[in-house]
Design a protein around this ligand. Structure first.
Ligand SMILES: NC(=O)c1ccc[n+]([C@@H]2O[C@H](COP(=O)([O-])OP(=O)(O)OC[C@H]3O[C@@H](n4cnc5c(N)ncnc54)[C@H](OP(=O)(O)O)[C@@H]3O)[C@@H](O)[C@H]2O)c1
Length: 295
């Protein structure tokens, strides 16, 4: 099984390359990864520098040369707030290039797995989102990711994930952990609910899908949902901080207000993935490993 991973220096990319190489990444679960025992992958990770996915002829040439069984596309324009003023740049990577990659994979005979986001939803449903719910993105980033999904073919596998935290990534989780360590305090919103996803756990899910990509849309995240305030409180607790570490605020209290609107409630229902494969561990257990990985 030859797997080409694009965007391999990103936070999910680094963990995925480790998992495919049989290495447990920092913060990873050897128990979860045990499900891949005996599965052999030949992995080639390519960074933005190696392969710019917006360069269609380079992508086609690379696929012809490498002939991967599966391409896992982790390349993305992920600066959610900056995308509000750089829509075209985000659209090029998150939509146009994904469509080109889908076509190149189809003509080469490779299966494509590509990542999307809970931000394709408007957050107004009032309960967790299943795969067949209608997207209605509110931010520029969410719109470009939804356009990318629409440019995929039914044979492609689209994995929507959310609130990703990798020990080697630039994540909110790390900011909270640093403040907790340094005797500082934090303020986080308690009116945005979502699903936390450990990059290492997502990587195991992606490797599992790569064994026989099923096609269609899949929601993948750790089990349970949380607000950002609850995430901050829990990380504080793991550093031995008391209740006064995290203060709950409202989105309207954020100053300056973020450029991109976030959905109020965009937690992903992961039952489809859990019944076909396995449930990812609870988010609190995942963050225990995340904090251990940081240490
Ligand atoms: N992080 C989250 O909370 C979250 C939530 C939901 C969904 N997702 C999705 O999950 C996937 C992985 O996210 P992540 O957190 O690993 O993001 P990340 O750390 O920002 O990694 C994205 C990678 O894409 C690369 N890249 C950007 N433009 C490229 C281009 N034109 N050609 C090739 N590579 C390019 C970046 O390289 P450079 O940095 O060198 O440009 C970076 O290595 C993305 O599809 C993202 O939309 C993430």
């Amino acid at each position: 099984m030859k797997v080409l991973v694009t965007g391999s220096s990103g936070q999910v990319g680094q963990d995925l390359v480790d998992v495919l190489d049989g290495i447990v990444p920092p913060g990873g679960s050897s128990e979860l990864q045990g499900s891949l025992e005996g599965k052999e992958f030949r992995v080639l990770g390519v960074t933005h520098h190696d392969l710019d996915i917006t360069d269609a002829s380079h992508v086609t040439n690379a696929l012809e040369r490498i002939r991967p069984d599966v391409v896992i596309n982790l390349s993305a324009y992920t600066a959610v707030d900056r995308a509000e003023s750089e829509f075209e740049a985000a659209e090029l990577v998150n939509a146009t290039a994904v469509g080109q990659l889908s076509r190149a994979c189809a003509s080469q005979g490779s299966r494509l797995i590509t990542l999307s986001t809970d931000y394709v939803f408007d957050g107004r449903k009032g309960e967790s989102y299943i795969e067949s719910d209608s997207p209605n993105p509110q931010s520029a980033y969410g719109k470009t990711k939804w356009h990318g999904e629409q440019l995929c073919s039914p044979a492609d596998t689209i994995v929507r994930t959310s609130w990703v935290m990798g020990v080697r990534g630039k994540t909110v989780g790390k900011v909270i952990a640093d403040r907790a360590k340094n005797a500082e305090t934090v303020r986080f919103v308690d009116d945005q609910r979502g699903t936390v996803t450990l990059a290492s756990d997502l990587a195991v899910a992606l490797a599992t899908l790569a064994l026989d990509p099923p096609g269609g849309v899949w929601h993948v995240a750790n089990s349970g949902s949380a607000t950002w305030f609850e995430v901050a409180q829990w990380i504080g607790e793991l550093y031995g901080r008391e209740d006064d570490f995290a203060t709950a605020i409202k989105t309207t209290d954020l100053d300056p207000a973020p450029a991109a609107p976030r959905p109020t409630r965009s937690d992903l229902d992961t039952a489809k993935f859990a019944s076909a494969y396995f449930a990812l561990p609870d988010w609190r257990e995942g963050l225990v490993r995340f904090v251990e990985g940081l240490r």
